[in-house]
Write a protein that binds this ligand. Structure first.
Ligand code: PFF
Length: 451
């Protein structure tokens, strides 16, 4: 390893790496999106399909990403170039860097809302609603106010920048070491609070009772697409995090632990939300409005709802922050490795450009709301392109690269370094070679056909 590679940084410990990777995976996707898509697509039946996607497709691709990253100690573009200098494979890494740019620009807007709601909860402004409609109206007014949308987008990006600028170990690892246990602690308290409310059981039944009749082909596509987004796959975030890992660590068990943690947190998030919604006699909104429309109304009716509201939005903000820093790190690592910028320069420039790209998304619910393409505002377009196309395409190409271009043999050699046992080696190769690319190819084709 040369001096430059040493200066890129390394995780201080394997636990630090696993916690940071789990921090990337556990985000708004788990707490805001997973519960409502589960509610929409058949409860327990959807959860079963989602678990199958995580085990058969998500975790194997995560392991592929860790392996490419650790083998090369490079950002996504450099990693492809390093393993396969000929051809255009580095463009797959480039697509990941672009996806990181795009996702963080709108992710920061939603993350900003969560910070704003923490502040508003402290001042008891979001726990005074009679109905979910009142809370929804309040949210609409809030999100369309350009000053606030921009202010909190700025605050969130500044937080990401201030952590990533400190580097892998003293910035990302250290902050995740504090933030992730805090997240788990708040989540467990809120699940207990929710499940002990009178009438909570109806929510558990709604959430988890398998209703296979509600499960459609569309639901299966949603489950697979969400597995990608939730595990932060397809854009090289896990290549980047794997690139800071030392040769002695166990890649396969790390992928398993990160995948399991992400799934457990998503399931707990549903157990926090639905029992409370039912216990307070509200309708579980069938869509993205759940968190900002329905929950404030739930908190308004609940004993000590104000404290619960502060805890809940803090939880969301933490989850968003540990994911936001991983998105920023992917882009920053590219500029450090390939363009040879210093970390400080890379973080400040990249962070500012992402901030600027986020401005039209932040204004999409107000001033820019009228500008639409195919019925979508700027925020929706960026989300749609990155989450629905760039991530699955990136995931598909990662599988093809590892299984067919680089080859399973050198990949397994990397996984086996340090004499770590990997009893599922044969199964992993089979999944990455055949099952994952075909499954992801199907989602992509279905999405292109507008399904
Ligand atoms: N996994 C994050 C979530 O569930 O919210 C989102 C995400 C983070 C996607 C980082 C991709 C990524 F590289």
């Amino acid at each position: 390893m040369n001096d430059f590679e040493k200066s890129r940084g390394f995780w201080g410990s394997r636990a630090g790496f696993v916690i940071a990777a789990a921090g990337s995976a556990i985000g708004l996707g788990n707490i805001w999106k997973f519960p409502y898509i589960t509610g929409q697509h058949g409860g327990g039946a959807f959860v079963i399909v989602y678990l199958i996607c995580i085990v058969l497709i998500g975790i194997p691709i995560m392991l592929a990403e860790f392996t490419i990253g650790r083998k090369t100690h490079k950002n996504p573009v450099g990693a492809y170039k390093n393993i396969h200098p000929a051809g255009l494979w580095f463009l797959v890494g480039g697509m990941g860097v672009l996806a990181g740019f795009m996702i963080l620009s709108f992710y920061s807007v939603v993350a900003g809302w969560t910070i704003a709601y923490v502040v508003r909860s402290i001042f008891m402004l979001v726990t005074q609603f009679e109905t979910a409609a009142d809370a929804g109206k309040y949210f609409g007014n809030f999100a369309s106010n350009p000053f606030e949308a921009l202010l909190f987008h700025t605050i969130f990006m500044s937080l990401c920048i201030s952590i990533v600028i400190k580097g892998v170990r003293s910035g990302i690892e250290k902050s995740c070491d504090i933030l992730m246990p805090t997240l788990l602690f708040i989540l467990v308290l809120l699940v207990i609070r929710s499940l002990t409310l009178k009438g909570a059981w109806a929510g558990v039944v709604f959430y988890l009772k398998p209703e296979f009749s509600k499960l459609t082909a569309q639901g299966v596509l949603v489950a697979l697409g969400h597995a990608f987004f939730s595990l932060s796959l397809g854009m090289g975030a896990m290549i980047t995090y794997g690139s800071y890992l030392s040769k002695k660590e166990n890649l396969a068990s790390s992928a398993l632990i990160v995948g399991a943690l992400d799934t457990v947190i998503a399931l707990l998030a549903g157990l926090m939300i639905f029992p409370a919604v039912f216990a307070m006699g509200l309708e579980p909104s069938a869509g993205p409005g759940l968190v900002f429309h329905v929950l404030p109304a739930v908190f308004s009716k609940m004993p000590f709802g104000n404290i619960v509201s502060i805890a809940f939005f803090t939880l969301l903000a933490i989850a968003a922050l540990t994911s936001g820093i991983s998105l920023l790190e992917v882009v920053v690592a590219y500029f450090i490795d390939e363009i040879r910028w210093s970390r400080k320069k890379a973080v400040l420039i990249v962070g500012s450009v992402i901030f600027i790209l986020g401005i039209p998304s932040a204004l999409s619910f107000g001033a820019f709301g009228e500008y639409k393409l195919f019925g979508m505002n700027f925020f929706d377009i960026v989300d749609h392109i990155a989450s629905n196309y760039l991530l699955p395409l990136g995931g598909l190409l990662i599988c093809v690269f590892v299984a067919w271009v680089w080859g399973p043999k050198p990949a397994l050699e990397e996984i086996h370094i340090g004499e770590h046992k990997f009893p599922f080696a044969g199964g992993w190769v089979f999944l990455v070679k055949y099952i994952s690319p075909v499954a992801v190819g199907i989602i992509l084709i279905a999405k292109l056909m507008g399904k």
